[in-house]
Design a protein around this ligand. Sequence first.
Ligand code: S3P
Length: 440
Amino acid sequence: MSRSFRVGPGGRLVGRIRVPGDKSISHRAVMLGAIADGATRVSGFLTGADAISTMNVFRALGVRIEGPAGGRVIVHGVGLHGLRAAAGALDCGNAGTAMRLLMGLLAGQRFESTLVGDESLSRRPMRRVAEPLQRMGARIETNDGCPPVRILPGDGLHAIRYELPMASAQLKSALLLAGLYASGETVVIEPAPTRDHTERMLRAFGVEVRSAGPAVSLCGGQALHGAPVDVPADLSSAAFFLVGAAIAPGSDLTLEHVGINPTRTGCLEILRRMGADIEILAPRRAGGEPVADLRVRSAALRGIEIPPELVPLAIDEFPALFVAACCAEGRTVVRGAGELRVKESDRIATMAQGLAALGFDTRPTDDGIVIDGRGGDDAVFRAGRALAHHDHRIAMSLAIAALRASGAVEVDDTTNVATSFPGFVEAARGLGLDIEEHGE
Ligand code: S3P
């Protein structure tokens, strides 16, 4: 049985909230903690299904993990060579990050593993990771480039120097993790900066990671030492409320302890360029990551041409940004965002369909979208029923659109919201969204 949302039209978002922990950092805390020496104590861990999938995978690989209890997790590391073969296939659920980073990490092990995922993950491209790993000497089989992924023990990995064909932090991270098991220095060159949580956390765990312009490199065989990880609130989850407060007149919202790593803040820059009123309050550090409180108040938005260099830095926030663009005066143009087509759904197509179901036509292109926004304070969407296509971020973005709708917005297939934002419905309701959830 699937769940669905029914969101009443209008309203505003007011109050303070700390959204759940960062998904990217939660995955990495478990992975690096598992192959470290000693214990890694994690606070603020995301108890969403994606991060839990990663935890369960490492339990199956012989790692003792306590929690999550109140966002606290203790990973009892087994050291670089302490993982053991699992009894069965390793289920990554909906989590592309889990699967891709695990491919890199498992490529260096002396045992066989099989990675599987749900329906959406089973359609996502894995060749982009398998191919460079094979060049490093890994033995990897895919189902025509998609999961399941079978990783066989080989004769050991050797370092490569690799120019990434696309801006992907998952691919960069997979190669760095494989590089820990490779002889020599693995060098990864990015076409554009992407999130650097892996590099930061590796350094915090005592690994020497070098950065020189677009190149990041590490030498194999370095031991990791367990370290505390304070996971900030996920900017990608905060983004739904940032957009919601920006578009709903009378809103005034503070999002607490949000990660503002500069490789993630493209959405803040884009919203500000669109005229959003966002204040960054009390900037500070949590572990190796910058965090702040974000105060957002509604403001008149205007359409912009999104600078291509901001695209990888806002890649997960585009579904919500499309909603903002619909409510902005004038045209918003997104280009160079073809990666959106291979996320949990084809986010260009699924958002265009969802917005059309709410009476708003957009113009999707191969690698982006053109949105002629309506501006003003009136409703820009009408009552309708839209599909989330198994994609958490599509579901939450369409729910937020109800703030500027003339009638109720229904969103079907919302079960996967729990992958990244458990408690979304209660959180959104507490801030003023008239949202109910139905189904099992
Ligand atoms: C992630 C990287 C991004 C992002 C995903 C999480 C990560 O994917 O979309 O949600 O944690 O490294 P790509 O690196 O494939 O763009």
